[in-house]
Design a protein around this ligand. Structure first.
Ligand SMILES: *Cc1c(COP(=O)(O)O)cnc(C)c1O
Length: 402
């Protein structure tokens, strides 16, 4: 691994996958892994979904890229469909989540600037948040480990503890442009914001003329059993960042907004060379064909409940390992008593892929097309992984006694 020519910013597991189908991945040496990581909530429809493969193949034979100097019919179509399915009235396409957040942050600042209030650029964010790795989004996320050594933190982000209403009210001043929050913290450890708190944030924004920006990069596109997770709270944001699942594995991001919230954005105020690329738009439209089909999200909700039931049983069987099961739909976290990376590794031994997250959580983010049988298989593999950890916990005690 030390001979790698790739920048060593990732601690990669010693696994190389060659192909995938649905919720399964195959290694170069022929082992089959059950994929409950889904490329970090990206492969929403699993691997090699026939409808997505066909859409990408078709487009690849026609046109790859045209830039944003010309009309973009497939982008218009995807934007229109996203608007019809959400609160939004306009969409800006990007290639990643961080870029969708950058667009959201700039849009919120510009909104107040064109209204004659350029000092009103501050954005309130929450501890444990993750919004990406650009200079502005690491400032928004506020995590010292991501900020350290990269020069002065981008100005204008005020972070408050997760769930502290008094701190929140105190942080909102005359220069606060917006509140930015993930309805379910993903990297932070699958921490859902209770619906009544999201409604409180909406009211607070309305009272103070602030914009509500939701980061649904991980929680969106059906992940929680609704198209976007804020729908569970019955509220609408002014601006929303989307990525990950919307491309099903092809890099696509989007910043959705109302016309009012986006009213400062004019020709020349923002842009992207690749954003809305025909390949990306073809795949994005194909993802929506499946996710918006009748009954698909009901099925995600049903499978999500099944997964949570299986995990609750595991928690009862392994109380020394699992402390808590939390999350919504197919965005589920296990908070552990043992180091989360130990369970990730033990699951890997059982050929099950899961992901660690903050707050000592292991995340389960299976593709939304996962079957009941695959849920049962994942639970069986996790059960064995927990047993292996328990056996390892008993081992040192026995050695000490001997
Ligand atoms: C992954 C993620 C991002 C960043 O997306 P990138 O595509 O890696 O830039 C931002 N916000 C949330 C909530 C995410 O999960």
């Amino acid at each position: 691994m030390t001979s790698s020519s790739m920048l060593p910013v990732y601690a990669r597991a010693p696994l190389a996958f060659e192909s995938g189908e649905g919720a399964w991945l195959r290694t170069e040496d022929g082992r089959r892994f059950l994929d409950f990581a889904a490329g970090i909530a990206v492969n929403a429809l699993g691997h090699a979904h026939p409808h997505l493969v066909e859409a990408l193949r078709d487009q690849a034979g026609k046109l790859w890229h045209i830039s944003n100097l010309y009309q973009n019919p497939a982008g218009e179509r995807l934007a229109r469909r996203l608007c019809e399915a959400t609160f939004a009235e306009v969409v800006f396409f990007t290639n990643s989540g961080a870029e969708a957040l950058e667009a959201a942050i700039k849009m919120a600042r510009k909104y107040h600037a064109v209204k004659g209030d350029p000092d009103r650029f501050r954005i309130v964010t929450f501890e444990g948040a993750f919004h990406g790795r650009t200079l502005a989004t690491i400032a928004a996320g506020g995590q010292p480990k991501y900020l350290e050594g990269f020069g002065p933190k981008v100005e204008g982000f005020d972070q408050v503890p997760f769930g502290d209403d008094e701190a929140l009210k105190a942080a909102c001043g005359p220069n606060t442009a917006a509140i930015l929050i993930e309805p379910v913290q993903g990297e932070g450890g699958i921490r859902p914001v209770p619906p009544e708190r999201l409604r409180f944030l909406r009211r607070l924004c309305d009272e103070h003329g602030m914009l509500l920006i939701l980061d649904e990069v991980q929680s969106g596109v059906g992940r929680t059993g609704k198209l976007f997770s804020h729908e569970w709270a019955g509220i609408a944001p002014d601006i929303m960042a989307v990525a990950k699942g919307i491309g099903g594995g092809f890099p696509v991001g989007a910043c959705l907004a109302t016309r009012d919230a986006s009213s400062g954005m004019k020709p020349g105020t923002h842009g992207s060379t690749f954003g809305g690329n025909p390949l990306a738009m073809a795949v994005g439209n194909a993802v929506l064909d499946v996710v918006l089909a009748d009954g698909f999200l009901d099925q995600v909700q049903r499978t999500g409940l099944l997964l949570k039931q299986r995990l609750a049983e595991l928690k009862d069987r392994h109380p020394a390992v699992i402390a808590e099961v939390r999350g919504e739909g197919l965005m589920v976290g296990l908070r552990l008593h043992v180091p989360n990376v130990d369970l990730v590794k033990a699951a890997e031994q059982e050929e099950l892929l899961v992901i660690s997250a903050g707050d000592n959580v292991v995340r389960l983010l299976p593709p939304l097309i996962v079957s009941d049988a695959e849920i049962a298989e994942a639970a069986a593999r996790l059960d064995r992984a927990c047993e292996a950890l328990e056996a390892a916990m008993r081992q040192p005690a026995r050695e000490a006694a001997a």
